[in-house]
Write a protein that binds this ligand. Structure first.
Ligand SMILES: [Zn+2]
Length: 315
């Protein structure tokens, strides 16, 4: 939880009380069993063509020259915490937000990318069974950003999602904190306070996910999706690509279904090329699943194609 009450841009703190009320109300209704969420993989049909991996490497606009690249070498042996501290402790951030320098917000792929976060925590450890069922039925791939707390609450489900070729798992942080080297916060959620905590927030979950899936995730999105530019650079130094979005599909799982459908429908312009949509798959009492069930068939009929981040941003 903690992402974007409305719209694709940061919202004011004043939006928080209403959003929290919605989330608390949703949490009271979120009684669906977690185990059932893991049993839907047989329902997909081959009615839709399989996603076609993009042959286009990310554009200069989204991967500026000079940024640290996630080479196989760095992915196999990321810098140690002491190396990160030595390189970054003295650096002062100059940007704070969703699209700071170094963060990928769109791709050069002709396809659209759907991303769904699972944030964990007291009101965020559930699973939206209906949403995953819709994706599987329509054969629409997605990248799922999972937090360490969510994995701890759902180890079997996390392993099943990791094994499903329709999905790709990304790192959504260890404690679900805004990624700051100077104790910034977002939506009232305290961020990490220095480069060492940034390292811990990324690598705590990275290590757990690597054990879970057998390979390190390539993509990172922090809790609340807020970074500063130094934290984004640390993410890249650790071999991960910091990612955000072009379309806010569900407003932190607060949008009603009609709003979700209307927001996600925006990727139909340009047939989805390069778009990255953010939504959530941990709030089954929200409008996210119904919104996607309404909007995806029409987008597919219009020729919009979907792929996972790893295919839209190849190594
Ligand atoms: Zn989250």
């Amino acid at each position: 939880m903690g992402e974007f009450p409305a719209g694709g841009q940061p919202t004011s703190q004043s939006a928080l009380p209403g959003r929290r009320s919605l989330l608390l109300a949703a949490a009271g209704l979120a009684v669906a069993g977690l185990a059932a969420c893991a049993s839907e993989s047989d329902t997909r049909t081959p009615a839709r063509p399989a996603p076609v991996p993009s042959q286009v490497i990310s554009s200069p606009a989204v991967e500026p020259a000079g940024h640290h690249q996630a080479t196989p070498e760095t992915r196999l042996s990321p810098p140690s915490k002491s190396q990160i501290l030595a390189e970054f402790s003295a650096r002062k951030p100059v940007e704070w937000g969703l699209g700071v320098t170094g963060v990928v917000t769109k791709t050069a792929s002709p396809h659209a990318v759907l991303t769904f976060d699972a944030c964990g925590g007291p009101h965020g450890a559930d699973c939206d069974q209906r949403l995953l069922k819709t994706l599987r039925k329509l054969n629409v791939p997605a990248t799922l950003f999972v937090n360490g707390r969510w994995i701890k609450a759902n180890p079997g489900l996390a392993a099943e999602l990791a094994a499903d070729p329709l999905f790709e798992l990304g790192n959504h942080g260890f404690r679900h904190q805004p990624l700051s080297v100077s104790a910034r916060s977002a939506y009232g959620i305290p961020g990490t306070v220095n480069a060492g905590e940034v390292y811990d927030e990324i690598m705590g979950n990275q290590d757990a996910m690597t054990q879970l899936t057998g390979e390190p995730p390539r993509f990172f999105r922090p809790g609340t999706a807020y970074y500063d530019d130094v934290a984004a650079a640390i993410t890249r130094a650790l071999g991960l690509i910091p990612v955000n979005f072009t379309v806010n599909g569900d407003g932190g799982a607060t949008f009603p279904a009609a709003t979700v459908a209307a927001e996600v429908a925006k990727i139909g312009v340009g047939q989805g090329a390069g778009q990255i949509v953010i939504s959530h798959f941990n709030q089954p009492a929200g409008g996210t699943a119904e919104g996607y069930a309404r909007v995806l068939p029409g987008l597919l009929d219009r020729g919009v194609t979907f792929t996972r981040l790893g295919d839209a941003l190849p190594l």
